[in-house]
Design a protein around this ligand. Structure first.
Ligand code: IPE
Ligand code: IPE
Ligand code: MG
Length: 259
C-alpha cells in the first residue's frame, strides 16, 4: 500500500527527446521516408500537449542535427519545409496554451524562410507563462561546445579572462540557452541506444530512457511511462546512496577503515 504521506514521484523539470525512427516506420509500410516525417510531426503535437499537461517545465526536441545535412537533398529540403509548416501551423495552439518556443542550434546555416518563421514564432510566443518548447535545429552538441569555446577565446583575446578564468560556469554561460534547466531525462525512440550528438554537455547526469517504438508510433501513454520511470530512478550525482549515509550516521563505521 502506498502511504498517503509518501512523496509524489519526482517529475523531470526538463525532458529532451531524440525523435528517431521516422524513416524505418515508413519503409516498413512501403511508404516514403517523407511520410514517416509527416507522421512524426503528428507525434510532436501529441507529446508537446502531454508534456505541458503533466507540468514539465521544458521539453527539448531534437528536430535536425548538424549531421542530418548528409541526407539526400530532397529529404533535407522536405524536412526544412515540414519544420517551417509546423511552426506556422502550431503558433496559434502554442499561444493558446501559454507555451513559449525557443530554439538551439546554428541558425545562420538554416534556409532563410525557416529562420524567419522560427524568429516569428519565438517572438509571438515569448509572453507565454507555461512550458518552454525548445527545438534543437541544426543542432550538434560538439558544435555548441565549439561555439562556446570560440566565445571564451574571443573574450580572452580582448583581455576579459585568463586561462584560470575558464570555469565550468563560464563555459555553461556561453551555451546556446544558458538558463536551460538541468536536463533530467532523455527519451530516444526508434531502438538505437546512443546520443547522436544531442546535448552532450547537458546530458552529463541525465537519466536515459530508450524505446523500440519508432517516433510516429510514440503516444501520450509512452511519454507518461518514461516520466513515471524517471520518478523511480535513484539519482546520486556521484554521491553515496541515502542508505549508506544512514549507516554512517548510526555510527556503524567507527573509524577510517583501511582500503
Ligand atoms: C528521425 O527519424 C528524424 C530526423 C532525424 C530528422 P529518421 O529519419 O532518422 O528515421 P530512421 O532512423 O531513418 O528510421
Ligand atoms: C538523431 O537521429 C537526430 C535527430 C533525431 C534529429 P539520427 O537518425 O540522425 O541519428 P543516427 O544517425 O541514427 O545516429
Ligand atoms: Mg534515424
Amino acid at each position: 500500500m502506498i502511504s498517503p504521506l509518501a512523496a509524489p514521484p519526482a517529475l523531470p523539470r526538463h525532458v529532451g527527446v531524440i525523435m528517431d525512427g521516422n524513416g524505418r516506420w515508413a519503409q516498413r509500410r512501403g511508404r516514403s521516408r517523407m511520410t514517416g516525417h509527416r507522421m512524426g510531426a503528428a507525434a510532436v503535437r501529441r507529446v508537446v500537449r502531454e508534456a505541458a499537461t503533466l507540468g514539465i517545465e521544458q521539453l527539448t526536441l531534437f528536430a535536425f542535427s548538424t549531421e542530418n545535412w548528409g541526407r539526400p537533398r530532397m529529404e533535407v529540403s522536405f524536412l526544412m519545409r515540414l519544420i517551417r509548416r509546423f511552426l506556422r501551423g502550431e503558433c496559434g495552439e502554442l499561444r493558446r496554451n501559454g507555451i513559449r518556443l525557443r530554439a538551439i542550434g546554428r541558425f545562420d546555416e538554416l534556409p532563410g524562410e525557416v529562420r524567419s518563421e522560427l524568429e516569428r514564432t519565438i517572438s509571438l510566443t515569448r509572453g507565454g507563462g507555461g512550458m518552454t518548447l525548445c527545438l534543437a535545429l541544426n543542432y550538434g552538441g560538439r558544435a555548441e561546445l565549439t561555439d562556446a569555446c570560440r566565445e571564451l577565446v574571443r573574450e580572452a583575446a580582448a583581455g576579459g579572462i585568463g586561462a584560470d578564468g575558464i570555469t565550468e560556469e563560464r563555459l555553461a554561460a556561453r551555451l546556446y540557452q544558458p538558463e536551460m534547466p538541468a536536463l533530467d531525462l532523455i527519451i530516444r525512440t526508434g531502438g538505437e541506444m546512443r546520443l547522436s550528438n544531442f546535448l552532450l554537455w547537458q546530458a552529463a547526469y541525465s537519466e536515459l530512457w530508450f524505446t523500440q517504438l519508432p517516433w510516429p508510433d510514440f503516444a501520450e501513454e509512452d511519454f507518461r511511462r518514461a516520466v513515471a520511470d524517471f520518478g523511480s530512478r535513484m539519482r546520486r550525482f556521484g554521491g553515496a546512496p541515502p542508505a549508506a549515509l544512514e549507516v554512517i550516521r548510526a555510527g556503524e563505521i567507527q573509524s577510517e577503515e583501511e582500503p
